[in-house]
Write a protein that binds this ligand. Sequence first.
Ligand SMILES: [Zn+2]
Length: 386
Amino acid sequence: MRSRPRWAGRRALAAEPRFIGSEIYRGSCYGPWHPLRVPRVSTVMDLSRALGWLGPERFITSPRAKPAALRAFHTDDYIAAVQAAEAAGAVSDAVRARHHLGTPSNPVFAEMFRRPATACGAAILAGELLAGGGVIYSPAGGTHHGLPDRANGFCYFNDPVLAILSLRRNGAARVAYVDIDAHHPDGVEAAFGQDPEVLMISVHEENRWPRSGRLEDCGAGQVHNLPVPAGFNDTEMALVLDQVILPLVADFRPDAVVLQCGADAVAEDPQSRLALSNNAHWAVVAALRPLSSRYLVLGGGGYNPWSVGRLWTGVWATLAGAEIPDQLPEAGQAVLRALTWDVRGRARRAEAHWLTTLRDPARDGPIGADLRARAAVLAGRRRAWA
Ligand SMILES: [Zn+2]
């Protein structure tokens, strides 16, 4: 009988999906009028624990990235400006103009350095932990708009970029980045749009901020942007998954896959006009898993506290192999009942199924002619990577 290889135990351990989180997200808020006033990661942690899916052996407390680590993508001046703004609780007009800090989108708030630096710490650690293969979930990640010298679109630092750089430092030469947030990942494309070793696929709402990510853009031949019309439904996402995302990623033969799983493309989200159910996201999460030995799933947008909490908890269930019950047990319902959401100064009432289930009803629908034609353009670009 052959002896068990020495690495077998380690590989088995690495195959256990792990969740990187932190208590810093609990109670941290961008301000009473900002879309990111709502709890998100803490809901996912509480709900996953209430359902028995997140034992201590699966959970890793996120380290906070130090300025030296953030320098892999961000400038010294900008990192220092974010730290100084957190310390002072204010910014000068010059800093606001140069680094876009202290604006309505990117406000000064109590944890404005520590919170994004913690998401970046998770991203960098994930690249290291995945050196031997495995699956990691960092729902606080996905801040895909961050730019080297300035904040952009609620994002102070760009953890997906830092994750990809960390994966590369740790042995993954070819990385496939897939982004299903409602918004185009302009910061990630700024970093890797001309890099043939980083496949980029983004599905985002057309004519929505930041208004980049055109179908025609192709970077170094590896950038694939699919702007989708308002009303984008589950049937259309299934077509995009089968005809665009999976064939492109499979052809690329990546050493790692990074999925930005923003939750703002669902019908309940206030920041987009897309109409997916959370089933669409979970299908993407599951289908990408077999295409690489290293798999990192990040969060992103998501501004309805119930829909984002339910969606991202279902992402963890999908990764961890947990069965999602039709009806949540009382402990899970209690987590969702405790959430509140003020919209224009009034408490928004939760719909009944937001409190009792994780899974939305499917939102199937017709496949639009525009959508079908655009998907065909990207599918037609497929080529075999040598
Ligand atoms: Zn978004």
